[in-house]
Design a protein around this ligand. Structure first.
Ligand code: NAP
Length: 163
């Protein structure tokens, strides 16, 4: 199963050019980290440059066109298909962004795990692709409100591709 995992603003914002996160939502990030543990993750080079080193307890595969890219401990692949070929025996594969990688993966994903943040972020430069209820079915949703650690409320949604 190929799962896309993302957190997005109300306009599908993912991130900005500087890589400085658009929000700080510790419970959202903790849930993301817990979900990927033990599964391979596939990440675009620009997003990997933000985290700079592999996320622990997962095989990290960075997708780049650069033949000499040093993954700093991550495995490097030169196409999305090349990355998937490395982990084809794995039952669950997470694709964790950013926008270019999600766009490429949308047609082959089985599931989308997405936190929809109740805020807008005008300086975003990377966006999650739009997807349609013609193709995708909402399986579950869970709301997290604001508190002293969470400036924005968010809804964690699980979508599955319609058969
Ligand atoms: N909110 C979230 O859930 C979330 C998740 C992930 C990332 N982000 C944010 O998203 C932003 C980065 O996203 P982004 O869309 O700009 O970039 P990205 O998707 O992370 O990475 C783009 C890079 O992937 C490589 N690539 C793209 N297409 C390729 C292909 N067909 N074959 C081989 N390599 C290919 C290229 O690397 P080279 O240029 O090296 O060739 C390209 O520059 C950051 O701000 C990050 O913080 C947010």
């Amino acid at each position: 199963m190929i799962i896309l995992a993302a957190a997005v603003g109300a306009n599908n914002e993912l991130g900005r050019e500087s890589g400085v996160p658009l929000w700080d939502l510790p419970d959202e990030y903790r849930r993301f980290r817990e979900s990927i543990v033990g599964h391979p993750i596939i990440i675009g080079r620009k997003s990997y440059d933000v985290i700079k080193e592999p996320l622990p307890n997962s095989l990290n595969i960075v997708v780049t066109r650069q033949k000499d890219y040093d993954g700093n401990g991550a495995t490097v692949a030169h196409s999305l298909q090349g990355a998937l070929d490395l982990v084809k025996s794995e039952p669950i594969i997470y694709i964790i962004g950013g926008g270019y990688i999600f766009e490429m993966a949308m047609d082959i994903a089985d599931r989308i795990e997405i936190s929809r943040i109740e805020g807008t972020f005008p300086d975003a430069t990377a966006f999650f692709p739009k997807f349609s209820t013609d193709d995708w079915q909402l399986i579950s949703t869970e709301r997290h409100g604001t508190d002293e650690r969470h400036k924005y409320a968010f809804n964690f949604e699980i979508w599955e591709r319609k058969k």
